[in-house]
Design a protein around this ligand. Structure first.
Ligand SMILES: [Zn+2]
Length: 412
């Protein structure tokens, strides 16, 4: 007796419908007709079945904070950071869990079962951000796995207390070392910031995932610093850079020189179109730049690129629904990815490519991997992204963790 049998599944890049059998939380068999008994049998009726989604860059400590300050008016990234600092004074574990639970619940319903969240560490936030998101991580354990990135948003040289907090967060169990090297007073300080983060990562044998050059000002060149540091230390394939907006502002020659280093260091890039489309390019007259990094050039250089929600109902971004298909749609527009292979790539970015960034070894729709799956009300990837199709079933290790049944009435 198997745990679950999904019949008549449309898998990516397979023309025939397939059956997927699951036992002990793992995918046991995939075939045109799998003959077995199962505790739960789901007939997908030709609908698309894929691995569950992954959100690689979000901020569960601050998401939904706009509910507590609905009149906040943000024009630039600095406004968002300044106004956020006011909100931080009222942070508590309970508030973070309440705000974050709404986000994680939505993510699960939307098919996302792995999340990487940054948490602010500075002299205003203290360590409560770690404790709050660690409580969320515990709450959702076994349903939606959360990785925590220790993130010194206001700088490390600018805010020395953040160094102690970074160390403390790692000691308490943060998974990844973050950073924000452009937010220092000089390139020398940025370099010291990068060095501190790598030292800490080496000490805890952790990956690095920094916010890098989240600006459209080409003066900021910390992406090259991060790549240089990774190459120098042999931290190959262990470093992720989020945003890298300034890369789009560099001249082509310097940009390709930096991309080459990024590729050589096996770095991964996460673009965050929701926040960057609205916060970058704010001082431009027409034409207003898009504000996102050079996605296609990075992909062409063989760099793994994904995208994230980043901000959601907070001072940085007033919208957002923790919905990976919605983000795929947005990224398709922002990065001009509309050809058939590019649309498939958008889907890779919320599944197999993001799994590389999070280092998920048991991930994928293959025999022996965890049966973390989503059954969509769509027959192919383009339809799913185009229509933001319902996730009819969200399955975690062979167990249904969310189900959507929608009834719409049309009177014509
Ligand atoms: Zn971010």
């Amino acid at each position: 007796m198997m745990q679950m049998l999904i019949k008549n599944a449309k898998l990516r890049n397979q023309s025939d419908l397939m059956d997927v059998a699951v036992d002990d939380g793992k995918i046991k068999e995939i075939g045109k007709r799998v003959l077995c008994e199962a505790d739960t049998v789901v007939d997908a009726e030709g609908r698309l079945v894929t691995s569950s989604f992954i959100e690689p860059h979000i901020h569960l400590d601050k998401n939904n904070v706009l509910d507590e300050m609905p009149d906040a008016k943000v024009v630039t990234l600095q406004d968002a950071i300044d106004i956020q600092a006011i909100a931080k004074k009222n942070y508590s574990v309970e508030r973070i869990v309440k705000r974050g639970s709404d986000v994680v619940n939505r993510a699960i319903v939307n098919g996302t079962l792995n999340i990487r969240s940054h948490i602010d560490l500075d002299d205003v936030a203290g360590i409560v951000t770690y404790d709050g998101v660690a409580a969320l991580k515990e709450k959702y354990k076994g349903v939606c796995d959360i990785q925590i990135v220790a993130f010194p948003q206001v700088g490390l040289i600018k805010c020395p207390m953040a160094k102690e907090l970074m160390e403390e967060a790692m000691k308490r169990g943060a998974d990844v070392v973050g950073g924000m090297p452009a937010n220092e007073n000089s390139p020398d300080d940025s370099r010291e910031h990068v060095k501190f983060c790598f030292d800490l990562a080496e000490k805890y044998d952790a990956d690095v995932d920094m916010h890098v050059d989240e600006t459209d000002d080409p003066f900021y060149r910390t992406l090259e610093m991060v790549a240089d540091e990774a190459l120098k230390r042999g931290y190959i394939g262990r470093v992720t850079a989020g945003h890298t907006c300034a890369l789009a502002a560099y001249d082509d020659h310097y940009a390709s020189y930096v991309i080459e280093k990024v590729a050589k260091a096996g770095m991964r890039i996460i673009t965050n179109p929701p926040t960057n489309l609205v916060l970058e390019g704010r001082n431009d007259k027409q034409p207003i730049r898009r504000g996102i990094t050079r996605v296609k050039e990075l992909l062409a250089a063989g760099v793994t690129v994904c995208f994230g929600q980043d901000n959601l109902n907070d001072t940085f971004y007033p919208f957002g629904a923790a919905n990976s298909l919605q983000l795929a749609n947005l990224t398709g527009h922002a990065a001009q990815m509309t050809a058939p292979d590019e649309i498939e790539k958008l889907y890779d970015m919320i599944t197999v490519d993001a799994a590389k960034i999070l280092g998920l070894e048991d991930y994928g729709l293959e025999i022996g991997k965890n049966a973390n799956l989503v059954i969509l009300d769509a027959t192919d990837v383009r339809e799913a992204i185009r229509l933001d199709s319902d996730r009819l079933y969200v399955i975690r290790k062979g167990k249904v963790v969310a189900q959507t049944e929608r009834e719409t009435k049309l009177f014509i």
